[in-house]
Design a protein around this ligand. Sequence first.
Ligand code: 5GP
Ligand code: ZN
Length: 104
Amino acid sequence: MDCIFCKIVDGEVPTELIAENEHAIAFLDLYPQAPVHILVVPKIHSENILQLDNSSSLNGLFELIRKVAATKTDGQFKLQFNSGKREGQSVFHTHAHILSEQSN
Ligand code: 5GP
Ligand code: ZN
């Protein structure tokens, strides 16, 4: 399977790592749409959040989202999961966008 985010998780493709835990990693978006634009990605592959039904992975993903949002933004941010091609998803490995006008 040719999945760019699986390759980032496996260390095959370099990235600006922000944080990680057992179940997820956070890294800078390559084409930032806001002053803070961080992607948070579960380590196991799933196409989108509807397909991610592993409760440990979901828990780890949201723990990392909360930690990164708390430490890398001023506490005001957008959290977005584009799901499906029509709704703007271009990488088909579940990911959350954390977007903010102000870093911490
Ligand atoms: P989507 O459009 O699927 O919601 O979001 C995918 C995001 O991944 C986009 O914001 C895009 O800029 C980012 N992206 C695509 N390829 C890479 C990559 O190789 N490295 C990083 N860090 N971000 C990427
Ligand atoms: Zn993947």
